[in-house]
Design a protein around this ligand. Sequence first.
Ligand SMILES: [Zn+2]
Length: 175
Amino acid sequence: MIAFGMEGELHPHLALISGLKASNQAPLVRIHSECMTGDVFGSKRCDCGAQLDQALVRIGKEGGCLVYLRQEGRGIGLVEKLKAYNLQDGGLDTIQANEALGHPADARSFEDAAAILQALDMTQVRLLTNNPDKVKELEANGVRVVNREPLVIAPLAENASYLEVKRTLMGHWLD
Ligand SMILES: [Zn+2]
């Protein structure tokens, strides 16, 4: 595991690397944004924990890298995310809740991930994602996505409406 950040950084981005199993294949890469509730505590409000688990299994098998970005709550931080969850319990969807708190629907950036991949010499990758913005941002920052591979988790009762918002309003490839 490699940590990336300024000297003294308390919350560095992380890269977990698994050696390539087939030398003729581009590394399999997953860019995962921190979600403490999903990643650590297994919350089923979102699909983050299941996506993280599945990505680690595949990268372990095929070789590549998981980039763990410290942008909790789609970039608004843990406290604001928990406030948004309270608003969602009152009937707002995940986008409306963020906007009611004065945040964009998605405040994440994937530029740091592109810089990390470049530092690791992974400039041609197979990217595990459902999110078109990630592909665009990597390509715009010097990392070529030679193949996009889906990472679809079967919806649960608890997160079906969240996934539907991702699909219909945020343009994620979840069909
Ligand atoms: Zn999550």
